[in-house]
Design a protein around this ligand. Structure first.
Ligand SMILES: Nc1nc2c(ncn2[C@@H]2O[C@H](COP(=O)(O)OP(=O)(O)OP(=O)(O)O)[C@@H](O)[C@H]2O)c(=O)[nH]1
Length: 241
């Protein structure tokens, strides 16, 4: 989904804006969505991520002040704003600000067309609602065809980590993973299953330590062929637990 195009902001205003305001204006002018789990790397200019990190650090320190924590005198929280900014911008949410990892695509020279399963791959994210951790595992099933691209096994983990390094909800995360792998591999079918612990339920709120969320996306032949879907799901259970 994209935003309606907006009139560009005059240049003299852009120079007095913070980096985050400039990037938001650029995204709005282009009609591009910038939800928590969207990647905005194409709209950042050199040096702006550093500026954004400094802006987040200052605002995070303000949030601690609002929580009535004496950040001026408390040696433990004195630098927490800076640490939070670095953690969010450089680590936990880096999949919003960095381009996709480089992935070598190999031709399917042997014209492989058998089911291939990768997993369980460890995934870590944060929920969009409370920014609490999501820790889980993912399995990917691929049914290649003669024209599909093949990628190295480690690249599944790298691409999935790029998607998960954003505030997510699990339903949208699996569908973003399926979209990305479909675009890269051009297979006859793609299946993604995710099983995850949500710390917004374990650590706070209902404080239910046992519950997990499991969801899946089936595309192409995995949707139209129940026996292929069954084979994938039974191999996933056999291999992963
Ligand atoms: N569907 C879905 N819900 C999620 C996910 N991660 C967290 N949630 C839930 O999203 C909801 C957050 O919205 P609210 O109900 O407005 O938040 P809240 O009042 O703080 O919720 P409580 O957790 O019940 O205290 C909670 O029920 C979470 O458990 C996810 O990946 N998918």
């Amino acid at each position: 989904m994209s935003h309606p195009l907006r009139e560009p902001v005059p240049l003299q205003c852009l120079s007095t804006m913070s980096a985050s305001q400039r990037v938001r204006e650029r995204l709005r002018a282009a009609g591009v969505r910038f939800h928590a789990n969207d990647n905005i790397a194409d709209y950042l200019q050199p040096g702006e991520l550093e500026e954004i990190e400094r802006e987040v650090a200052a605002r995070a320190q303000e949030m601690l002040r609002a929580l009535v924590i004496d950040v001026e005198h408390d040696h433990n929280t004195h630098d927490t704003g800076r640490r939070l900014a670095k953690m969010f911008v450089r680590e936990l949410f880096s999949g919003r600000y960095q381009h996709a990892p480089a992935v070598t695509e190999f031709p399917n020279a042997e014209r492989l067309n058998e089911l291939m399963i990768v997993g369980p791959l460890r995934v870590r994210s944060a929920c969009s609602h409370h920014l609490c951790p999501i820790m889980g595992r993912v399995w990917v099933g691929v049914l290649p065809n003669a024209d599909s691209n093949l990628i190295g096994l480690s690249k599944y983990a790298r691409l999935i980590d790029w998607i998960m390094s954003r505030p997510q909800i699990q339903e949208e995360a699996v569908s973003q993973i399926a979209d990305l792998l479909e675009r890269r591999l051009k297979p006859d079918g793609i299946a993604v299953v995710m099983e995850a612990d949500h710390y917004c339920m374990h650590w706070r709120g209902v404080k239910d330590d046992e519950s997990k969320m499991i969801n899946s996306v089936m595309r192409g032949r995995f949707l139209s062929d129940p026996s292929l879907r069954k084979e994938f799901l039974s191999l996933r259970r056999g291999g992963g637990d």
